[in-house]
Design a protein around this ligand. Sequence first.
Ligand code: SAM
Length: 247
Amino acid sequence: MTFNSPTEKHHYVNTMFARIAHRYDTMNRIMTGGQDRRWRKLLIQQAQLPPQGKLLDIATGTGDIAFEALRQHPHLEQVVGADFTLPMLREAKRRGGEAMRLPVSSPPRVTLPLSWSGADTLHLPFADNTFDAVASGFLMRNVTSVPLALAEQRRVCKPGGRVLILEIPRPADTWFGRLFRLYFHRVVPFIGGLISGQRDAYAYLPASAEVFLRPNELKAEMEKTGLREVSYTMLMFGTVALHVGVK
Ligand SMILES: C[S@@+](CC[C@H](N)C(=O)[O-])C[C@H]1O[C@@H](n2cnc3c(N)ncnc32)[C@H](O)[C@@H]1O
């Protein structure tokens, strides 16, 4: 799948996520065998949020990272889930109550410090140095400029805070990478078509990974943005990467 301009890609991504919003979670669980929840748990663990910290989950989609943050840290001061696809945010809002079954040990809070924001990740509507951690899950393949997205993530992060990126990198040229490609290019669009009725969306997914960065390349881009101590962990047999950098 190729785009003639950044505007065309931006529009496709936005409208495509709007079309699959109602089936997004079901398809995630099926595609990953339920492993996606484990990755988001790890992401929040690696965010090293202070007890009353602030988290921005950009491209929050249906809110899984934001919900996981409050599950692990019920006393955070602020969690913002931002996304430019309003039907995804609507799903997040709808799921809010159910997803927020907090641990029994945590005393109930009258209001959750959780808010949703319609925002483009390339122009975040937040002041410099606002958040203790800025996280994204499966966003970076979709943006029209990785350097600009990283610059925005770094800008709104506090000095000493963390930028975390969970993403599917370009598959490796190993025998397992080839096997994964087969699954990704043949099986995923087929199942995605059945579940969501939007086969093209699940053909775009592997196609966008094919033209995305390899893990060491994304690490280099993060360092170029000025993030330090950048490291990454490979998950799911090397098909998913979690990058972490410090501002
Ligand atoms: C694959 S979903 C990931 C959702 C969620 N983070 C998760 O882990 O399941 C990608 C999300 O990125 C959002 N997105 C893509 N480009 C964006 C942009 N430029 N600004 C804001 N959101 C964007 C889409 O609307 C979609 O909700």
